[in-house]
Design a binder for this molecule. Structure first.
Ligand code: DC
Length: 206
């Protein structure tokens, strides 16, 4: 069973996805961490993140492990580094690179096969990665509340940057952030994590 959780930054995706996975005994994949891993590798190796071919070539060679224990890029622990402001800035160009997306989507589908399903969070899970997901949710929240949530997170770039990133994610040509037609939209503005988790669990077929 695949549960797809999409939505903008600060909508509550990560905590909700992790909790739902725990409750159901399913594996969890933060696909944003994968795009961040590519940005991390590009910056570390002085590859221009706007050079489409160079970043795509790099993405094809990388081994990316995203698990509860941390994020490892070619064996290097990048758990904290991928959350820095520099990487948050660099990831936009990486995530709008069609060839990089192709590589990441293939990795994500392979992960689904290996784990026999799971909870995936991102921007294009319900629309592109797994259109057949058993449960699709699209989390939203008022911009002000999302900015507050982000600012409260450690190591997170200034909240203002969130608006830039959301716009870039929503307006890019390939796999933009959008709700799948058959996704349940949940406004998390005034809900606690537990309340959102309950709504999502309520959508899971028996
Ligand atoms: O969720 P996040 O902030 O860690 O995501 C990092 C970046 O990757 C963000 O700019 C959106 C992008 N992303 C994407 O394009 N597709 C996904 N499935 C997940 C993240």
């Amino acid at each position: 069973m695949v549960i797809a959780i999409d939505g903008p930054a600060g909508s509550g995706k990560s905590t909700v996805a992790r909790t739902v996975a725990e409750r159901l005994g399913l594996a969890h994949l933060d696909t944003g961490a994968m795009y961040r891993s590519v940005a991390f590798a590009a910056v570390a190796r002085n590859v221009d993140t706007t050079d489409l071919d160079a970043v795509a070539a790099l993405a094809r060679t990388l081994t990316i492990e995203v698990a509860a224990g941390g994020v490892f890029v070619d064996g290097v622990d990048a758990t904290d580094a991928i959350r820095t402001e520099a990487i948050t800035m660099a990831v936009t160009a990486v995530a709008s690179n069609p060839a990089v997306r192709e590589v990441m989507v293939a990795k994500q589908r392979a992960w689904i096969e290996q784990n026999d399903g799971g909870v995936l969070e991102g921007r294009d899970i319900g629309t592109v990665v797994c259109p057949d997901a058993a449960v699709k949710v699209y989390l939203i929240a008022d911009a002000e509340v999302r900015a507050q949530r982000r600012a409260a997170e450690q190591n997170e770039a200034v909240a203002v940057d969130m608006v830039r990133r959301d716009q870039a994610d929503s307006q890019r040509a390939v796999s933009p952030l959008m709700r799948a037609d058959d996704a349940a939209e949940i406004d998390t503005t005034h809900l606690s994590i537990e309340e959102v988790v309950d709504v999502v669990l309520g959508l899971v077929p028996a």
